[in-house]
Design a binder for this molecule. Structure first.
Ligand code: GLN
Length: 450
């Protein structure tokens, strides 16, 4: 699949193109709920959308949370600034689970629906970004992942989702979920478009000291590892499709080997402990003084003032504040928080060792796309377990890409390819070679130029 950015730039736009784009998108958005707002003043450039947890100057930015309703940042996130000054134009903010807390895009007021069938979830937490990418012919999405929020919705919506090495793209202007895990990434309809955007937005930023200028490598040993424990956690339907993908990858000249890993099953508990601990400190600032819903009556008693403001958090956010505060409290932090940090180090070492010699391939999600009613009925722990395949690379900061590879019963399935830190370009090359023999399918092509 070729670059839609280059194609778009080479095409003459018909009179009124952007107006038609905005109108067409607004119409479809009524059913799909991908966009929270649409920039009606767009008049040139290649359209990009921005997940609602990234600041866009003068545009309401609320990270999917009611508590931030009305917050209008006076500045652009670095990635938004860099794209805006490179012939790309802001098209709108996309919906997401509140603060990134979720896997199905349901923990928020504006629920995005799957463009292949609206009875199904779009995935999460970057639900709107994936739907936007799936319905717009010429568009790229800026999204963010803490524990799989790019791979997951990209897989369910049939688009390419790239989560780079931790620290490759500046987090300045991001409404933090968990600072040691948050990664800004990109969704598009092809690996080439992702590469173009990555080249523009990556690289050091004086506003983010964790955004480093390390040199990227580009190593491909033509070797793929499958992880036994992750395959065992995958349901049968997904597994049989994935096996067919593995055969095709062998035909592409890769040798494939299954490995067993000792610590991999500890990734989910470690991730949820670390991410909730960090989230609970990040959410402390939404208390109605500087940030968060403001009860203007400052003379009120402190506890009442504070409680009223924080009542605007959704159920999942409240759960994470409580659990996150608990795991880092003095009496138990050795037992939970510090142990989770040790597990993370062990995982980086264990998985990293394999990645020195090849890529790791997994299905992106262990299940086929669930119906909304099914996802709503999951308990929190059942929902967290759905992240079993996306959390290992996420907790270690390894770059990964989810790409579509099959459409059983008309719904897309995604696979996830993972590589060593800063070997991001080798992943994009891998997906590019996949795209030479596999055509992605989309139900909508809003903004097409004939
Ligand atoms: N589902 C995971 C969580 O709820 C990951 C979300 C994310 O990457 N933002 O934490």
């Amino acid at each position: 699949m070729s670059s839609s950015i280059k194609e778009f730039q080479s095409k003459e736009k018909p009179e009124g193109y952007y107006k038609k784009l905005v109108n067409g998108l607004s119409e479809v958005n009524k059913q799909l709920g991908a966009f929270l707002n649409i920039n009606e003043t767009i008049k040139d450039g290649f359209p990009f959308s921005v997940k609602d947890n990234l600041c866009v100057r003068d545009v309401e930015t609320k990270a999917g949370s009611e508590i931030l309703s009305g917050y209008i940042p006076p500045f652009n996130a670095t990635c938004v600034e860099r794209l805006s000054s490179s012939k790309f134009s802001f098209l709108g903010k996309t919906s997401m689970d509140e603060f990134g807390f979720g896997s199905f895009g349901l923990n928020t007021m504006c629920v995005a629906k799957n463009p292949f069938n609206t009875a199904y979830v779009a995935g999460g937490s970057s639900s709107g970004a994936a739907v936007a990418t799936s319905i717009l012919k010429y568009h790229v999405a800026l999204a963010e992942s803490t524990g799989g929020s790019i791979s997951n919705p990209a897989a369910f919506c049939g688009v390419v989702g790239f989560t780079p090495t931790y620290g490759a793209i500046s987090r300045y202007g991001l409404v933090d979920y968990a600072n040691s895990l948050d990664k800004i990434g990109i969704m598009a309809r092809s690996s080439e478009d992702i590469r173009t955007v990555f080249d523009i937005v990556k690289g050091p930023d004086s506003y983010d000291s964790t955004c480093v200028g390390i040199k990227f490598t580009n190593v491909n040993n033509k070797k793929i590892f499958l992880i036994k424990q992750l395959l065992d956690a995958t349901d049968e339907k997904v597994r049989s499709e994935f096996d067919k993908l593995v055969s095709k990858i062998r035909e592409m000249g890769y040798s494939v080997e299954e490995k067993s890993l000792e610590f991999i099953e500890k990734a989910i508990p470690a991730y949820y402990i670390i991410s909730m601990a960090e989230a609970s400190t990040n959410l402390a600032k939404y208390n109605g003084y500087k940030y968060g819903f403001k009860n203007e009556n400052f003379s009120e008693e402190y506890n009442r003032f504070f409680t009223e403001s924080r009542s605007k958090f959704g159920v999942e956010a409240k759960r994470r504040v409580v659990l996150g505060t608990f795991v880092r409290s003095a009496s138990v932090k050795e037992k939970y928080y510090r142990k989770a940090l040790k597990v993370r180090s062990l995982l980086i070492r264990e998985i990293g060792k394999l990645l020195k010699n090849g890529f790791i391939l997994t299905p992106t999600m262990p299940i086929t796309t669930p119906k909304i009613e099914k996802a709503v009925s999951l308990t929190p722990v059942e929902a967290y377990r759905m992240d079993i395949l996306t959390i290992p690379p996420s907790i270690c900061g390894f770059p990964h890409v989810s790409f579509p590879y099959s459409y059983p019963n008309g719904m897309p399935l995604g696979a996830q390819i993972i590589s060593d830190h800063f070997n991001d370009y080798a992943l994009l090359d891998f997906v590019k070679s996949w795209e030479t023999s596999f055509r992605y399918k989309f139900k909508y092509n809003i903004g097409d130029i004939r």
